[in-house]
Design a binder for this molecule. Structure first.
Ligand code: SF4
Length: 295
């Protein structure tokens, strides 16, 4: 994959409104693009108007983050930073550049809370920093009770089946490795959870499969779970709607007609499907003693 070093103009984004699900007020992405190449991923295509291939490395990211966080800390504008919200923060390239680690060092220095979403085992390298952040972060008043933690780690899965994951998430560590990593984070005392997003229709959305996912999440140390449906955007060759349908045609041709019906004229399945998925997910989370969401 082509790697380009760039100098970014800004690294810390403040949201107009706190994210309802993940509770972050800020996001910061040390890299652009992603080498995990999930078939359903929309960052590669034109949804955000980028339509770029390859990875960009924001080499001045830490320097920018320091300036921006210093200013926010002086004003007391604390809020959870989603690190790597638009891409994987622990791609293999992080071993070379270390921008995620440097970002965490700065986040610790200015005592911001952080949330890391990942599919990677490399997060274990930074357990020392994450634990320090967890102990020292200043939380906004209304988040002090729940989630009440300075560091949150979220592992994402679309399936726990290694063969399916090999097809739909070809560059990412296997689900079993992610589960083991989640367990280690949890055993280290971090607040860890699983985001089953996106659940793949007809492939990972059966009652039995969802039940297995929740059971495994509990067994591997998750304290909370999220479940979300698949979205398919765009009609350019690199857009996820196109890459997803090409993958179905190749591996599951029998599923092409039902998918066409499910996504008829929309980027998502009908509301009834989404509501049913969430209802079942909440029931199963409760069955396994898992919190649904972060609050
Ligand atoms: S790991 Fe995340 S950012 Fe990377 S390709 Fe997969 S969905 Fe996209």
């Amino acid at each position: 994959m082509k790697v380009t070093e760039i100098r970014a103009k800004s690294i810390l984004n403040r949201h107009k409104k706190r994210d309802d699900w993940f509770l972050d007020d800020y996001s910061a992405n040390p890299y652009g693009g992603c080498s995990f190449n999930c078939v359903y991923c929309y960052i590669r295509g034109s949804k955000y108007g980028t339509d770029k291939q390859g990875i960009s490395v924001k080499v001045n990211g830490p320097e920018l983050l320091r300036k921006q966080l210093k200013r926010r800390a002086e004003r007391g504008e604390y809020g959870i930073i989603a690190l790597g919200s638009a891409t994987e923060p622990y791609m293999p390239i992080e071993e070379k550049y270390g921008l995620t680690r440097k970002s965490l060092e700065i986040i610790l220095e200015f005592r911001f809370p952080v949330e890391v979403g990942t599919k990677s085992t490399l997060i274990l390298r930074d357990l020392d920093l994450l634990k320090e952040i967890d102990r020292n972060a200043c939380l906004p008043e209304d988040l002090k009770r729940k989630p009440g933690r300075g560091a949150i780690v979220i592992f994402s899965f679309s399936t726990l089946n290694a063969d399916l994951a090999g097809i739909f998430e070809p560059g990412a560590p296997e689900p079993e490795e992610r589960l083991e990593t989640m367990k280690k984070c949890s055993e280290a005392g971090l607040l860890a959870g699983a985001a089953f997003i996106p659940i793949l229709p007809f492939l990972s959305d059966s009652e039995e499969t969802l039940d297995e996912m929740m059971g495994k999440a509990r067994d591997y140390g998750a304290r909370f779970v999220f479940v979300g449906g698949l979205t398919l955007f765009g009609n350019k060759p690199s857009d996820c709607r196109m890459t997803y349908f090409r993958t179905l045609e190749r591996h599951f041709p029998e599923l092409v007609p039902p998918y066409k019906r499910l996504f008829l004229g929309s980027f998502a399945p009908p509301r009834t499907y989404q509501r049913e998925l969430e209802k079942r997910a909440r029931e199963l989370a409760s069955k396994y003693g898992l919190q649904y969401g972060l609050t």
